[in-house]
Design a protein around this ligand. Structure first.
Ligand SMILES: [Zn+2]
Length: 417
């Protein structure tokens, strides 16, 4: 541990943070400082991108244990340890005939706040990232460390903040379990394993909160919250005006590309928090200097306020439509663009176009708002997915976009490959 603390100190002293000082309510300096320490350490090159099953994952796991101990949590992994090991596998080249299969072990880190209550609330997020790149990376070129500051050092730092608050609060009607998952980037391996092999009685899990990328809160303070349909408790409290001034953009489905899905599929109410897609996503440039640290506190404090409002008896679970899951499985083609998940207008805004892919070849540009694909009117991101599901490789179609500040209408032709 000594080693880690020394290193943390070095990172902090050699790192300059953008201070804007214009925030109406500057959060207490110590909270802000702690969140920076957590993110800067987890997203440092020393952890080599926290790839599941690597030495970097191990270093990150040790740091998480150190913080859990500092906060005063108790270990709740396997055999009274902090860890829960799980197997993972990876198909290295899905297009090759002799598919390379890598197998290994990753580990979840689990801390517990025991209030002697009947039910337990789980707050978690993944701490693994892409390591030196690999199939999940959008980086073209030589392997490079993917530090994953937003994805998802930010979520882990927010989790520590929530744990610290709950430890010192009088919210005692639930126990709280904090889980740092690994294996997420390779396919939700850690959370799936926990949901299948929970270290507490699964019937007594009240609900689960997941944070994945909460470090890039924008100026409009838009926070995407998924899973609002998984319990009747959520919508009324999410719709209330919040003290953090966040503009909540809710989606009902309990299924999405992160760890909350593993819990939803076990009939547990979930909420997933996400500040939105950006150009550093899954690239080596997802570094700690890009993050909005006050924003991380806002998200954490907002989540704490939800815990306060949901306090009481066990929540009722409701199934959601989960259209995205089935539609996603039906996809045969892709435009090769990253959608802007926090865009609130009509259409589907493209955050970034991936070079050399279908959209790029057809002339799509970053910031374009897709209004139509073929004869499908793209009302929102879900209509966009529905639209894409209708095409197969080799099909050509027209894509109508609005471009630039003046929202000039452009018609493009794309050919799916
Ligand atoms: Zn992530």
């Amino acid at each position: 541990m000594k080693n880690i603390l020394t290193l943390t100190f070095i990172f902090i002293s050699s790192f300059s943070f953008a201070q804007d000082g214009k925030m109406a309510q500057t959060p207490p300096a110590e909270i802000l400082q702690q969140i920076k320490i957590d993110v800067v350490y987890l997203a440092s090159d020393y952890l080599q991108g926290r790839g599941t099953g690597t030495i970097g994952e191990e270093r990150a796991a040790d740091y998480i244990v150190h913080r859990f101990q500092q906060i005063g949590l108790k270990p709740k992994g396997e055999n009274q340890t902090w860890f829960q090991e799980f197997p993972f596998f990876e198909i290295t080249n899905p297009h090759a005939t002799d598919k390379g299969r890598i197998e290994g072990k990753g580990k979840n880190v689990i801390g517990f706040l025991d209030n002697g209550a009947k039910n337990t609330v789980i707050v978690g997020g993944h701490y693994d990232h892409l390591g030196m790149g690999g199939s999940g990376s959008l980086h073209a070129g030589e392997p490079e460390i993917h530090n994953g500051a937003d994805d998802n050092a930010s979520g882990i730092a927010a989790m520590f903040r929530i744990a610290e608050y709950l430890k010192n609060s009088n919210l005692k009607s639930n126990n709280y379990m904090f889980i740092a998952f690994s294996g997420e980037e390779k396919g939700l391996f850690g959370s799936k394993y926990f949901a299948a092999n929970p270290t507490i009685d699964i019937e007594r899990i009240n609900y689960m909160f997941n944070m994945d990328m909460v470090g890039m809160l924008n100026e409009e303070k838009v926070l995407a919250v998924q899973g609002t349909g998984t319990s009747p408790t959520w919508k009324p409290i999410l719709e209330k005006k919040n003290a953090q001034g966040l503009d909540i953009k809710g989606r009902e489905s309990g299924v999405g590309p992160s760890d909350h899905t593993s819990f939803y599929l076990k009939d547990i109410p979930v909420l997933h928090f996400f500040t939105g897609q950006h150009s550093h996503y899954h690239k080596p440039s997802d570094d700690s200097e890009n993050l909005n640290y006050e924003g991380i506190i806002s998200v954490a404090d907002f989540m704490i306020s939800l815990v306060e409002q949901a306090d009481g008896s066990k929540l009722t679970f409701t199934k959601t439509k989960d259209s995205s899951e089935k539609k996603a499985a039906a996809f045969k083609v892709t435009l090769g663009v990253m959608p802007d998940y926090v865009y609130t207008g009509k259409g589907m805004r493209v955050d970034s176009v991936i070079k050399g892919r279908v959209g790029d070849k057809g002339g799509l540009k970053n910031g374009d708002v897709i209004m139509k694909i073929g004869d499908i009117n793209v009302e929102d991101i879900y209509k966009y997915m529905e639209g894409l599901a209708k095409f197969k490789k080799g099909d050509s179609t027209e894509v109508v976009v609005l471009r630039g500040k003046k929202l000039k209408k452009k018609k493009l032709k794309v050919t799916f490959e």
